[in-house]
Design a protein around this ligand. Structure first.
Ligand SMILES: Cc1cc2nc3c(=O)[nH]c(=O)nc-3n(C[C@H](O)[C@H](O)[C@H](O)COP(=O)(O)OP(=O)(O)OC[C@H]3O[C@@H](n4cnc5c(N)ncnc54)[C@H](O)[C@@H]3O)c2cc1C
Ligand SMILES: *[C@@H]1O[C@H](CO)[C@@H](O)[C@H](O)[C@H]1NC(C)=O
Length: 652
């Protein structure tokens, strides 16, 4: 700036033309230099090293104290002896199960047992930025894998997609990226059209409200759509990177509004992520529902406990469950009902092991079939292209080494005040909902979500292990750029047409089921994903994104050699190579009326043909909604809890 001004003064003594030229030049230089050049996430000023190191030490001590307090909030556990009786047995303390057990135990006459295969939650699992690392842990993750395929996840080790799943108090709400979306009203109206009375948007909205405490300032005043006294807290992260700001600006440049995507009047546009978090920490179902119920004497919890089957009597009535804990097998009983909330993999697995499922498959497994139902069919998930990565020329994105470096203020700010970049869920920061076939329609029914992250598995190379990127693909394509600053978008298909299935591998609860997701079996799914990629490329070319030198990472997949770059055929090959599944398994115990041959439970979530047994979790979704599945699963749990209370004669 200084330099260019001097230039300008000098040039005054020369001819007019020259002055004009230099004026333009100096203006250009000035406009370039007026923009801040970032040297860290906060701007162009260096940090005070000694101050930060001292603060980090103090912060670490404080955080250790917080960790101890957290242990105290965790529920204590019992091990019921064989023959023990309860009113309700809830299997699985995930998103749904924790909520259901807590809601049912509000009735002091109900004795409720909650059974969870995994251990207690700890405070370390609740640091949002830490989310990528949770997937390495065998102790809190089922670590399922899809069967190998030539049509998707071709660039992953053994051509298998990794399918993480929470195995801990809180279930997948402890492993997830905190992204809070409800989906579109038409999703639920469609559920009702399929024969499920009471599941239209107007019926489910009260439950979306009941579950939440909206803390985001302008949104929390919108009482028509939001609420301020539910257990699940919803916030923006307490920090946004300059890149995320640029992403929202890019949206504005392209004519899109910044929206509250959980308000049905604003289905299309850009937004920071609304996250399930409280005070800068993950708000899991365990924290939202079980911690506050710690002192209830009628809510009992058993952890590290694997349910192996539902006990069913000769009249097809569910009477109890069998479980394994510490190598011993127990049988306990439910006087009223059993509710399976073991998730979209666990619930169908337990049903099949109990003789409820596709008759032929059960016979093959040597299991006596009681009720022939399409359990395990209709498997759905959201997928995205996982390789849409852009380089940048300034350190404005998240980088793991910056985050953990104590000479930066990031660690200490988090430990002391719960602010800063550690409040960002694994680098995910913002999203856009679009209808790629009608992009200028701002009241459209979106078919793509663009999930924005200010990082990628090139920057955070540990993240590639989550995805399971094969070593040769990593070497040929990404390794040379390891460690550089990047951003990425996951173009995510909102309403896949393809369906997969889950089968038993052996008739034993300890063996992982066979999971065949069959992603992109339908060509239309691929077409929409490719349009999502093109929409992202347009975003990368906006002024806002170019400001940081955004440049598409050229993936050189061997598998796609010979295909002309950036043609639809090329993108299809790329998507089938780096297929990113968004971990939204659902639909495997589909809700539908009696007589619907694809249905497993009715609209009150009772298993067809069996008394005293319900399923309530992501597996009952007849069709996956246009958004992430965690908040909708809470909604299902809240609604189920009211239905159960009603059915036992309690007003709601
Ligand atoms: C890595 C990851 C990231 C995700 N990110 C997001 C996100 O950002 N936003 C979003 O909305 N959704 C996200 N999801 C999806 C979302 O978290 C799930 O859809 C939701 O948690 C499903 O809830 P659920 O109750 O159906 O199952 P779960 O929460 O998985 O709960 C099932 C519980 O049952 C237990 N269980 C299973 N089998 C048995 C058994 N035999 N005996 C005893 N217990 C058993 C499990 O241990 C688990 O605790 C993510 C999921 C994953 C895995
Ligand atoms: C926008 O999309 C909605 C939902 O699909 C539709 O009802 C409406 O007619 C569309 N508007 C225009 C102008 O096409």
């Amino acid at each position: 700036m200084q330099l260019s001004l001097n230039f300008f003064k000098l040039s005054l003594s020369h001819g007019r033309l020259k002055i004009a030229c230099l004026l333009i030049l100096s203006c250009l230089t000035a406009s370039c230099c007026a923009e801040k050049i970032y040297i860290n996430l906060y701007g162009d000023e260096p940090f005070g090293v000694i101050e930060n190191v001292i603060k980090t030490i103090i912060g670490t001590i404080k955080f250790m104290y917080d960790a101890l307090r957290f242990l105290f909030w965790e529920s204590s556990e019992i091990t019921p002896e064989s023959g023990a009786e309860f009113d309700f047995v809830v299997v699985g303390a995930g998103t749904a199960g924790a909520a259901i057990a807590a809601r049912l135990s509000e009735i002091s006459n109900f004795r409720v047992l909650l059974i969870e295969a995994g251990p207690s939650e700890t405070i370390f699992m609740d640091i949002p930025v830490h989310v990528n690392d949770l997937q390495f842990r065998d102790d809190i993750n089922w670590k399922y894998q899809a069967e190998p395929s030539d049509n998707y996840c071709r660039g992953m080790t053994d051509k298998r997609c990794n399918l993480p799943r929470g195995k801990v108090m809180g279930g997948s709400s402890v492993l997830n990226y905190l992204i809070a979306t409800r989906g579109h009203p038409d999703d639920y109206n469609r559920w009702e059209d399929l024969g499920n009375e009471g599941w239209s948007w107007k019926d489910v909205l009260p439950y979306f409200k009941k579950l939440e405490t909206m803390e985001i300032p302008p949104l929390k005043n919108d009482k028509e759509h939001h609420n301020d006294d539910g257990p699940v807290h919803i916030n923006y992260a307490h920090f946004q990177t300059p890149l995320a700001e640029a992403f929202l600006q890019a949206g504005n440049e392209l004519g899109y509004k910044t929206i509250d995507y959980n308000n049905p009047d604003e289905p299309v546009g850009f937004s920071y992520l609304q996250t399930t978090s409280k005070d800068g920490m993950r708000c899991s179902s365990n924290r939202a529902y079980i911690h506050p119920a710690k002192s209830r004497e009628n809510l009992l919890v058993t952890k590290n406990t694997l349910v192996s089957k539902v006990l069913i009597d000769d009249n097809n009535r569910a009477i109890g469950v069998e479980y394994i804990k510490g190598g011993k097998t127990y049988q306990i009983y439910a006087n009223k009902e059993i509710i399976l909330s073991a998730g979209a993999v666990g619930s169908p697995q337990i049903l099949m092991l109990s003789g409820i499922g596709p008759g032929d498959h059960l016979k093959e497994m040597g299991i006596n079939p009681r009720v022939d139902l399409p359990v395990g069919e209709n498997l759905m998930d959201h997928i995205a292209y996982g390789g849409l990565i852009f380089h940048i020329n300034q350190p404005v994105g998240l980088h793991i080494y910056d985050i953990v470096n104590p000479i930066n203020p990031y660690l200490s700010e988090y430990f002391l005040y719960r602010t800063g970049p550690l409040t960002l869920p694994g680098g995910c920061e913002a999203l856009a909902f679009l209808d790629v076939d009608d992009p200028n329609n701002h009241t459209a029914y979106p078919n793509i979500e663009l999930l924005f992250a200010s990082s990628s598995f090139v920057t955070v190379s540990t993240a590639r292990h989550n995805l399971g990127v094969a070593d040769d693909v990593w070497q040929e394509t990404y390794a040379a750029d390891e460690d550089s600053y990047t951003w990425m978008v996951f173009p995510m298909l909102l309403r896949p047409k393809s369906r997969g299935k889950i089968l038993l591998r052996t008739p034993d609860i300890e063996s992982k089921p066979i999971i065949i997701p069959d992603y992109m079996a339908d060509k239309e799914d691929v077409r929409i994903l490719i349009e999502g990629i093109k929409a992202t490329l347009r975003i990368s070319e906006t002024k806002a994104m170019r400001r940081f030198g955004s440049q598409l990472f050229k993936s050189k997949f061997k598998a796609c050699q010979g295909i002309e770059e950036f043609t639809d055929q090329y993108w299809e090959c790329a998507i089938r190579t780096i297929t990113m599944n968004i971990y939204h398994y659902s639909g495997t115990c589909k809700m539908g009326p009696k007589g619907d041959l694809t249905a497993v439970v009715d609209s009150r979530l009772r298993v067809h043909g069996i008394q005293g047994l319900r399923v309530a979790d992501a597996s009952i979704m007849p069709e996956i909604m246009s958004g992430h599945t965690n908040i909708p699963t809470y909604m299902i749990a809240e609604k189920l809890s009211d239905m159960v209370k009603q059915d036992w004669g309690y007003p709601v």
